[in-house]
Design a protein around this ligand. Structure first.
Ligand SMILES: [Mg+2]
Length: 320
């Protein structure tokens, strides 16, 4: 047995045993039994060292994040997680690294009852690809194309924290007002994001459209607007900021909330008949940040009541 088959062995029993897995890791293919009345939602993400994460990041956190980004895509569709496959490219076989990585991965997999059903390992620059599979009622799945004029725009949790951690790491954040607990909180948000899996499923039938915020609120929301053929107006005063982000320069905090990625919160669109239910059911967990319009693009209203276009305005410009 070579080192790489040893790694495969290592991953074999890490995740829950599901009844819908006829055959899991260890054959040419896995054999999976999807439920008859649902669609299978599928998404793949690749994380490359030096591009998506810093060299030397804690392996346990990396294991968590590698699966979290896929779970977040399932959440944005309203899908219930079921299975995933893992392709791991490693520069060397470092057993401590494998141990940490698999621990982070397994903890999140168990939390969401998602089973590892296949994988591949190769030698090369550190790269992690995970494909996730989940189940969703295809009639209710929250597609990007469903936003309509008059609908409200909501986000879960807080925005900009992960971006602030990244700026801090790059020494581009004025963090004079932040204590060590604040810094720890920001890094936790960057390195161990919480995919909104349960909320995604609970939004089915209430939200018409959703996306997870991986690249930044504006960029991601624009995908929804493009697919739906609508515009939007945001109320920037309503952007949800954590108490840590409220300590830094307000313009910078707002710019991070609008532009920075990696928060893995949900941005979702709610038609008028469901506002009240959303406000009641997700009180304290979600914030209304704007509405869908027939404008061509994304706008906000400034302090002097001018309508300002956000589309195309970069972080640097806005933070000034
Ligand atoms: Mg996504």
């Amino acid at each position: 047995m070579n080192e790489f088959s040893l790694i495969q062995k290592y991953f074999e029993k890490l995740t829950p045993d599901r009844d819908d897995v006829e055959l899991g890791v260890g054959d040419d293919c896995a054999l999976l039994i999807p439920p008859s009345n649902h669609a299978v939602a599928v998404s793949i993400d690749t994380l490359v060292e030096g591009i998506h994460f810093f060299k030397g990041v804690e392996p346990e956190a990396l294991g968590h994040k590698s699966l979290a980004v896929g779970l977040s895509d399932l959440a944005a569709m309203g899908a219930k997680p079921a299975w995933f496959t893992l392709a791991l490219t490693l520069p060397e076989v470092d057993e401590n690294w494998i141990k940490g990585f698999s621990k982070g991965l397994a903890a999140l997999a168990n939390e969401h009852d998602i089973q590892l059903v296949g994988g591949d390992t190769t030698e090369g620059p550190l790269t992690i690809s995970i494909q996730v599979h989940g189940f969703v009622d295809q009639a209710k799945a929250m597609r990007r194309s469903n936003a309509k004029l008059g609908d409200m725009i909501y986000v879960s949790g807080y925005l900009g924290d992960a971006g602030a951690a990244l700026q801090q790491q790059l020494q581009q954040l004025n963090d004079d007002e932040l204590n060590s607990e604040d810094i720890r909180y920001l890094y936790q948000r960057l390195e161990r994001p919480t995919p909104r899996v349960i909320m995604g499923q609970e939004l089915l039938g209430l939200a018409s459209s959703a996306i997870d915020i991986s690249d930044g609120l504006l960029v991601d929301l624009e995908h929804v607007l493009d697919k739906s053929g609508v515009g939007a107006r945001l109320n920037l005063d309503n952007l949800p900021l954590s108490k840590t982000l409220k300590k830094i320069n307000h313009k910078v905090a707002q710019a991070l909330a609008l532009h920075s990625g990696d928060d893995y919160e949900l941005c979702f669109i709610v038609p008028p008949q469901h506002y009240a239910e959303i406000e009641k059911r997700f009180k304290g967990q979600v914030t209304r940040i704007g509405m869908i319009t027939d404008d061509d693009g994304l706008y906000y209203i400034d302090d002097d009541d001018n309508l300002i276009e956000l589309t195309g305005i970069g972080y640097e410009h806005f933070a000034r």
